[in-house]
Design a protein around this ligand. Structure first.
Ligand code: NAP
Ligand code: MN
Length: 272
């Protein structure tokens, strides 16, 4: 951003390939140009705003594809649910008027990071909704879990979802997790089909963890030395992982919102 001239008023339009998204993108580009903005369809790193057209999935993929940029996002919903996507395609004029008048607020979206290590090296993963640790081939996964260096449990079951506040309405919610107001700086561990028997004893509810407490996971291996890590719905298979450390990332994403009190209304509108 340092060598960018923000007086150029460039806006990136990012869309998925649905008919409705393509049509909305064309309409939006026309409208923005008539208001004096430059529109880029090829991701200009000097843009002042990213407008993402599609559903929540389109937003998640845009953030990953452009490597968690500083440029703020706003979403136009042509998707199925569109929990993140605040603007409706019929409301583009309103949005542009509000945007020009700077009649909006910026929300910080917290991210979850995982450092996953073999005996010899580590790599980092970052998620917007969640990072899920699962066994392979639908096998039960056993893993030892510590929080802030306190040993908690030897988990046995399908896996663990480590969710951000934003992700609390996604996979974690379906697995019985709590809905978390997005400004709360916490992570949520939500178990997936935890086994709780005389043989295996795992917490059966989700737990909410302060943002700077590291969640440490040491998988146990039986037949194969592989685990799955699913980041915002994208699956990665890893071999010989000995430790995974998860916490809220220092990095955040900015999302523009016209109505900062929109969350509860949105929740009711989309879920009930
Ligand atoms: P997808 O299969 O289309 O996503 C499943 C549904 O989750 C879609 O309706 C999607 O909305 C919605 N969604 C995504 N993020 C959300 C959020 N933060 N709050 C509320 N709803 C949300 O795949 P996708 O669109 O690529 O999304 C990936 C996400 O799917 C993952 O991050 C995971 O959270 C979720 N997921 C859920 C389950 C489950 O609930 N059992 C299982 C696997 C994955 P759109 O229709 O607008 O895209
Ligand atoms: Mn989707």
């Amino acid at each position: 951003m340092t060598n960018c001239n923000l007086n150029n008023h460039i806006i990136n339009i990012i869309h998925n390939n649905d008919k409705e998204s393509i049509k909305t993108a064309e309409e939006l580009a026309k409208k923005l140009k008539s208001h004096g903005y430059q529109v880029s369809n090829t991701y200009d790193y000097c843009a002042e705003l990213n407008i993402c057209i599609g559903g929540d999935g389109a937003f998640l993929r845009a953030v990953h594809n452009y490597s968690f940029p500083d440029i703020p996002f706003v979403g136009v919903n042509t998707g199925h649910l569109g929990f993140f996507q605040e603007i409706s395609p019929s409301d583009l004029d309103n949005f542009i008027e509000s945007y020009k008048k700077k009649d909006y607020t910026m929300e910080e979206i917290y991210l979850v990071e995982a450092i996953i290590c073999t005996r010899t090296s580590c790599i980092e993963l970052v998620g917007i909704n969640e990072i899920v640790i699962k066994g392979i081939n639908s096998k039960v996964i056993h893993m030892n879990v510590s929080i802030a260096d306190n040993y908690l449990e030897r988990f046995s079951g399908d896996g663990l979802i480590i969710s951000t506040p934003t992700g609390s309405t996604a996979y974690s919610y379906s697995a019985g997790g709590s809905i978390i107001f997005p400004t709360l700086k916490v992570l949520q561990i939500t178990p997936l089909a935890p086994i709780s028997s005389k043989v295996y004893r795992s917490l059966t509810t989700s737990a909410i963890v302060q943002h700077d407490m590291v969640i440490k996971v040491n998988p146990e291996y039986r037949d194969e030395n592989s685990i799955l890590m699913v980041v915002d719905g994208i699956q990665h298979k890893y071999d010989n992982i000995v430790e995974i450390n998860l916490k809220l990332s220092d990095m955040t994403i900015n999302k523009l919102t016209l109505d900062p009190h929109n969350f509860w209304w949105n929740l009711k509108d989309k879920f009930i």
